[in-house]
Ligand binder design. Sequence first.
Ligand SMILES: [Ca+2]
Length: 259
Amino acid sequence: MNPRFEPRLLFVVGRTLSALSLAAGFGLGAGCVGKSQTPAAAPGAAGGEMAKCRRGVQPAVDGLIDDFEDGTNQVATMGERDGYWYQSADQLGTKITHPPESFAASEGGANGSAMSAHLTGHTVAAGDQAWGVEFGGNFLSAKGEFYDASRYAGISFRAKAPGKGIKGVRVNLSDVNTHPEGATCKACYNHFRKDVNLTGEWKEYRVLFSELQQRPGWGDPRPESVTPSKLISVTFAVGGVDSDFDIWVDDIQFLECKK
Ligand SMILES: [Ca+2]
């Protein structure tokens, strides 16, 4: 995949994201809910705050980002999180056929649960700006606030991709250095990410903060790592090929170090 397409294509996503964040912020009249307040985290010292889990990781007690069982488009309201899910597609022929208009939880979930995030449609290979489809959740509803996830070590989720379509999903965390709302980046949207390959059956995937990397060759700044104390959103993206997609995601949650 050509990394050069992302600054331009993700600008569109970012504008959508910003608009949605703004709308959500107005909707709730939120103030400083969940604002990052980590005295120990020096600005720019991202690498130093990364949790190192010698005994491995486990689901955090307050770590649920969403299991979608309540059927709303808001993330699970715990750990001071109160943001919203959104979906977006490029305008070059890519189509989201389900959910038809805006993000909504869908019937059928992992581990016999009732609901999940389920997106179907078709992505196109139409040049650098055909970036495909993304859905994601802002950790906070208030625009311009950062979410402090420094007590966590990563994220887990369950997912599947039945059928013959796209199996590869990019899992992204946007933060103070990669999202324009951070007021830091000159070349934005090169979020820290990990690519995962799904199967036709529900399976759990774990993504540690320490595994996340920016795409090579672009982005300004290019810090050593994601900044867990100043996150903005988690997103799942597919695209870059001419293909159907049928992606299910459920049980998204933060992980913490085993004590
Ligand atoms: Ca579920």
